[in-house]
Design a protein around this ligand. Sequence first.
Ligand code: FES
Length: 106
Amino acid sequence: MLVCHCNIITERDIVSSIQELLTEDEWRLITPLQVYHVMSKRGRCCGCFPKVVDIIVKTTEAWHREKATPEAEVVDFVGRLRAEHDRMARQQAEARARMRKIRGAA
Ligand code: FES
């Protein structure tokens, strides 16, 4: 099934790229940009990205189901996600504080 009309990319191409990324690191957070990078493509209109995200979720779930990943590793992964989320939130707060300071100085 054709998913990306701009780059003529099928669902099979996308699944294959996701599996390649999961082979490198099965706990990485995969984004549409990473998937397109593997295929040496770039998003143009990016209208296909929501569908690509659906395919990423479906493929990643199937990957871990097939590998029968132990529960402890899944819990560790959730912890890593939470830590990454906290780190991003801190960086956003710091950036907002810097912008307020710059605007206040002007
Ligand atoms: S449909 Fe995929 S980039 Fe436009």
